[in-house]
Each structure stands twice: as C-alpha cells, then as structure tokens.
Ligand binder design. Structure first.
Ligand SMILES: NC(=O)c1ccc[n+]([C@@H]2O[C@H](COP(=O)([O-])OP(=O)(O)OC[C@H]3O[C@@H](n4cnc5c(N)ncnc54)[C@H](O)[C@@H]3O)[C@@H](O)[C@H]2O)c1
Length: 246
C-alpha cells in the first residue's frame, strides 16, 4: 500500500524503543522524514535509531512532564505534517494505595502532554493553511478500565479518547484528521515485567491468543498517517487481538 507520506515530516514521541521505535521505522520505510523524540537519557538510542532509519531522520529530546520542555522542543522543530503522540507511562498501584502525585504525573505525561503537542501542531498547521494528521496512542484500558492496578493510566487514556474526538470535530473543516489507536498488549519494555510475571493471564483475555509485536500496531498507525485513511477522523482503531471488542 502506498501511504503517500513520502517527503512528509513526522514527529513520533517516545521513539527510543517499543512501539514508538516501530512507528518511526515504519513511517521512515514509507518515505517520511521522521523526527524521533524521547527523554534526554535515551539520546544515544534515538541517535542510533535515526541513523538506521536514514532518509533525513533526526531526533529531539524533552521531558513531556514539563510544559516548558515541550514548548522549547516545539520551538526547535520546523514544520511538522504528522504528529504521533506515542510516549506514555504505565505505573502500577491500586487506587487504595495510589498517591495524588502519581495520579497527576500519569495525567501529565499520558494526557496533558498529548494535548499540548496537539495544540502546538494544530496552530502551526492552521497558520500555514495546511492539512495534517494526528494519531494518539490510547489503550484498551480506556474502554475496559484497568484490572491490574492502572486506574490512573486508564483514566488518562479515556480522557485522550474523548480529547481526540473533540479535536477531530474542531479541526475537520481544516483538513486535519485526528485519530487514536488502542493496542491491547504489545511486547515492549513498558510491560516486560508484567508479561514475565503473568503472560498466561493476559493470553486468556486475548482471543487471538498472542501478544502483539509493536510492528503490528505501527502499521495501523502508519495507515492513519497516510492518504488511504483520509476519510477517517475522530476514530479509535482497536489493535488488540480481540481483547477489546465493542
Ligand atoms: N505495551 C503495551 O502493551 C501497550 C498497550 C496499550 C497501550 N500502549 C501505549 O502505547 C504507547 C507506547 O507504549 P510502549 O509499550 O512502546 O511503551 P514503552 O515504555 O516501551 O515506551 C514509551 C516511551 O515513552 C517515553 N517516555 C515516558 N515518559 C516520558 C516523558 N516524561 N518524556 C518523554 N518521553 C517519555 C519512554 O522513555 C519510552 O521510550 C504508550 O502510549 C502506551 O501507553 C502500550
């Protein structure tokens, strides 16, 4: 499939490893110029990933829990055609033990940061009278809620689904598509220890009976970044092996 994203510039957050790296690789393979973002501590991994992708790929760092760092990163970027809000955290605590600090920090990284980047992106596109594509990474937990101590994460992702729909309505007349992708369980650093402790329990909840490879989610993200999905906006595509059916 030709996604017609050759020559477009894409910013992918959280691209040092896991699904973000796979998305950056897929977009790069489709001919996009990819800017890989992650924390400063992951600078070396970003550099290696960008060099492998080639095609003018670059990298940039910022801590997404900081509004100042997000804004200063944006000021260092040029024009962006495609924004993929992929970075996220998945801390574990049951509500009975959860601190307000952890709840707020999860919302800051998993919801407020995507909002700020969407706002900066949309304002840039509108001021240049250009179309654009946004993909926000959410989760099956946004619809199911968490069963394993991630209520803050589920709340942030559910908020991001509603935000995606609202922004999609707002900017559809300007040709900016805003969609979300909801993975179930992928084999990434985020859930490495959860899978090593209880992979069987997760498999029982997945009709396809296997954990996704990040590349399987990345190809759906790439579809939403390309022209074949021009008529899709405000949608959440579930990539869960059937873990989420609605
Ligand atoms: N792994 C799964 O099974 C799964 C399931 C559903 C949804 N998701 C979502 O998919 C996306 C990618 O997940 P993943 O599994 O690849 O995660 P991951 O932990 O492997 O990668 C996430 C990246 O985000 C970066 N990041 C975290 N906090 C940051 C911050 N404050 N500033 C900048 N960067 C930060 C990390 O450094 C990391 O490289 C996330 O939004 C996650 O919530 C993952």
């Amino acid at each position: 499939m030709d996604y017609k994203i050759k020559g477009k510039t894409a910013l992918v957050t959280g691209a040092a490893d896991g699904c973000g790296k796979a998305i950056a690789e897929k977009l790069g393979a489709e001919g996009a110029k990819v800017i890989l973002h992650d924390l400063d501590s992951k600078r070396y991994q970003l550099k290696v990933n960008a060099e492998k992708i080639g095609n003018g790929a670059g990298y940039i760092t910022a801590d997404l829990s900081s509004t100042e760092q997000i804004e200063s990163m944006w000021a260092r970027l040029g024009e962006i055609d495609i924004l993929v809000n992929n970075a996220g955290i998945w801390p574990t605590a049951y509500v009975t033990e959860m601190t307000s600090e952890s709840f707020k920090n999860t919302l800051d990284i998993d919801l407020v940061a995507p909002f700020l980047l969407c706002k900066l992106f949309v304002n840039q596109r509108l001021s240049n009278a250009k179309k654009g594509k946004i993909v926000n990474m959410v989760s099956q937990a946004a619809f199911h809620g968490s069963t394993s101590g991630h209520a803050h994460y589920a709340a942030a992702k559910a908020g991001l689904v509603a935000f995606t729909v609202s922004l999609a309505r707002e900017v559809a007349p300007n040709g900016i598509n805003v969609n979300a992708v909801a993975p179930g369980m992928m084999r990434t650093p985020m859930n490495k220890s959860a899978l090593s402790e209880r992979e069987e329990q997760y498999l029982e909840r997945i009709p396809l009976r296997r954990i996704a490879e990040p590349s399987e989610v990345a190809s759906v993200v790439a579809f939403l970044c390309g022209c074949e999905s021009d008529y899709i906006t405000g949608a959440t595509l579930d990539v869960t092996g059937g873990m989420l059916m609605r």
